[in-house]
Design a protein around this ligand. Structure first.
Ligand code: HEM
Length: 212
């Protein structure tokens, strides 16, 4: 056997270096649990909204969850625990592991403008999935903030007497309902863009499933 053949034998797929982990297990697990909880919260929330609309429209019953007010409330409160507990795990590990510091900050306005321009002209690079671009950083931080606001405003609508200081912080019960609605709308808008981006860059979706 020639030396070359022996060398070639050492380059089997089994001995190839493993690709680095981009999203550790806890990020993937909390991300997908969060996605499920958020979708259930939004669809059941639309049914709850229909029972007492804030604006001059209602959501079509085909895109709501729960069938009627009481059914929707059951879904909403069940998914609420999943969202809050899972969200607290994600936030705690994100801070303690240093992931938020490494991946989500700083967000520089100049970079956001440059990356947004590059994205809109199809020039944004998606080669290195381990680094988020400035628009992604801004959107992820924004949706985390919207998640905190939607939970706190939801708590103040749910228990306006027991949590009256929190309710007062939002300007009272009625104002908290509007805050809750607009935070939901921000999360829904984020989700539409986010899922579109995941489909446009399928390897980012693969990485959020397999980690690599
Ligand atoms: C259900 C459909 C969803 C899909 C297909 C999806 C897909 C993805 C993908 C592919 C990434 C990685 C992006 C990259 O590496 O460039 C990601 C990250 C992320 N997604 Fe989603 N996502 C979904 C739902 C959600 C929801 C509902 C939220 C929040 C309301 C969310 C918040 C985030 C955040 C904050 C990150 C960054 C996580 C980190 O690095 O710590 N996603 N998502």
């Amino acid at each position: 056997m020639s030396i070359e053949a022996t060398r070639d034998d050492t380059f089997t797929p089994a001995s190839a270096p493993a690709r680095p982990v981009i999203h550790p297990g806890w990020v993937r697990l909390t991300h997908w649990i969060n996605a499920l909880a958020v979708i259930v919260m939004i669809l059941s929330g639309w049914e709850i909204y229909n029972a007492s609309p804030l604006f001059g429209f209602q959501f079509a019953s085909e895109i709501t969850l729960g069938g009627w007010l009481a059914g929707a409330l059951l879904w909403h409160f069940a998914a609420m625990w999943l969202l809050v507990v899972n969200g607290l795990v994600y936030l705690t590990l994100g801070i303690l592991s240093g992931r938020f510091r490494r991946k989500l900050v700083p967000v520089r306005p100049g970079e956001v403008v440059a990356d947004a321009k590059a994205a809109l002209t199809g020039k944004l690079s998606h080669d290195d999935l381990s680094v988020y671009n400035a628009v992604q950083k801004l959107l992820y931080l924004g949706v985390i903030l919207a998640g905190i606001v939607v939970v706190l405003s939801g708590l103040s609508i749910w228990k306006p007497i027991q949590l009256q200081e929190l309710t007062a912080l939002f300007g009272g019960f009625d104002a908290a309902r509007y805050v809750h609605f607009f935070a939901m709308a921000a999360i829904t808008g984020f989700l539409a863009v986010h899922v579109l981006m995941a489909l446009i860059v399928p390897k980012s979706l693969r990485a959020m499933i397999t980690g690599r």
